[in-house]
Write a protein that binds this ligand. Structure first.
Ligand code: PLP
Length: 446
């Protein structure tokens, strides 16, 4: 009888797990002091890159970059802006996907696509815009690939009354206009990179006028422009401070999972530079690192076309093509690696954040790489059965669930995944990958 009741309860459980805005986390989590080993120090081999960073990064961000304090109070104004852009995001139980995997796993999605910009990237652009303003800046600069980070910066800057100058990788600028228009709607100013506005960009364009650009080049453009014109540069992934800001997602998720009496056995997500995954996973890792015993499994996936996760070397490398930034010890395929044109623009970065790399090297975080075809199959399936279109980047996490489901025993493992973004502005990419237009023509002929 009780069993039947439990079963009925299970069937009528809710899909969405909310967190009230008044219960939102009030501190960020910084993992650096808990890893039990210092992060290998950045190397300034030009003798100029530290000075450069001191000039272009907001003071508040620089301080956090080297802090090993575990809990960092979130200033009131940042918490207010988080609420404004739709945080806390809900967790959704993906019951149809569970059914697809034979009900062998419970699947919870932390829905970062529900923020107004459609991804987790607003979690860091808001704090950075806040610290840039506190530092007296009038504008911020940054780089963007597909435009997720750029749109998050454009909105955050406007919310704090700042201008934004966004250097967008040239192929994306030309080929993916919709996020560019979104940046424009949010008040951002967008320039193709390599850019005529910087000495670095002009140098590249002189040698190679048709350069398609790359994220590494766009970083150099954005840093140089901030330096020359007195703005502040904001960083979209990889660095410690950025990962700290992104922890808001995991801190919320912990409260949400606790509120329904669930504890994830697996925490999974996709990796561009690593902040999306770290943002969800680090707050869960905290208690385990502090207790000296890892009990959950942490699995992060990149793109097999840029196989830094599984084939990268753990060594010092430049975070940018222009080599103006200090070298960091990271899993990397090389700062001059030219990635093939994949649709998950946010995964094209050549290296993994230093703290995540360190956790990978210690075996605490497991690495996977999946190719586009394998990942996109799930993007389409998820859209069809769950009714929500994932970003191409996000879809690279689904094969991890398949792996877990295949190995699952009688006790259903609980999986928590970072659903890093929404794919509504990536439909053209999906259309190309799946050949929707050709299929449509074929249908017309019949
Ligand atoms: C940027 C992006 C990623 C990758 O994020 P990192 O923090 O660089 O690892 C993943 N998903 C979406 C939707 C993104 O926009």
């Amino acid at each position: 009888m009780q069993k039947e009741k439990d079963k009925a309860k299970e069937n009528f459980e809710e899909y969405r797990i909310d967190l009230r805005q008044k219960d939102a986390p009030k501190e960020f989590y910084n993992i650096l002091g808990d890893i039990g080993q210092d992060l290998p120090k950045p190397i300034d081999d030009t003798g100029e890159s530290f000075a450069l960073l001191q000039k272009v990064l907001p003071k508040g961000v620089l301080e956090l970059e080297f802090s090993d304090k575990d809990h960092i109070p979130i200033p009131e104004e940042i918490r207010d802006k988080f609420k404004m852009v739709n945080r806390p995001t809900p967790i959704i139980r993906a019951r149809q996907l569970e059914a697809h995997f034979g009900n062998k796993v419970k699947i919870y999605m932390k829905m970062e696509g529900f923020t107004y910009v459609g991804s987790h990237k607003i979690n860091s652009s808001i704090p950075q815009a806040y610290y840039a303003k506190a530092d007296g800046a009038k504008f911020v600069t940054t780089e963007t690939g597909a435009g997720q980070w750029g749109s998050a910066v454009a909105l955050a800057a406007s919310l704090f009354g700042l201008e934004s100058k966004i250097f967008m990788v040239k192929v994306s600028y030309a080929g993916k206009p919709y996020r560019r228009y979104l940046m424009n709607m949010f008040g951002g100013e967008v320039h193709p990179s390599p850019s005529e506005l910087t000495g670095f960009g002009r140098g590249i364009l002189r040698k190679e006028p048709d350069s398609p650009g790359s994220l590494g080049m766009a970083i150099t453009d954005a840093v140089e422009y901030a330096k020359e014109h007195g703005g502040k540069y904001v960083v979209g992934s990889v660095v410690n401070s950025d990962l700290m800001f992104k922890s808001i997602a995991g801190l919320e998720a912990k409260k949400q999972m606790e509120s329904i009496g669930e504890d994830p056995d697996y925490v999974i997500g996709c990796v561009g530079g690593g902040s999306n995954y770290a943002g969800l996973a680090y707050p869960f890792l905290e208690e385990e690192l502090k207790a000296g015993k890892i009990r959950r499994r942490y699995i992060a996936a990149g793109s097999a076309e840029i196989p830094k996760m599984t084939k990268g070397k753990y060594e010092y490398d430049y975070p940018d093509t222009g080599k103006v930034l200090p070298q960091l010890k990271m899993y990397t395929v090389g700062h001059d690696f030219v990635p093939p044109p994949i649709y998950a623009g946010g995964l094209r970065y050549h290296a993994v954040a230093p703290s995540l790399s360190l956790l990978m090297s210690k075996g605490i975080v497991e690495a996977r790489d999946y190719d586009q075809n394998e990942s996109f199959r799930y993007a389409k399936l998820y859209s069809k059965i769950e009714g929500y279109v994932p970003a191409p980047e996000t879809s690279h996490s689904f094969p991890i669930i398949e792996e877990i489901a295949k190995k699952a025993g009688s006790k259903k493992p609980v999986v928590l995944m970072s659903f890093s973004g929404n794919g509504m502005l990536d439909l053209a990419n999906y259309a190309e990958a799946f050949g929707f237009d050709a299929a449509q023509k074929g249908a017309g002929k019949q």
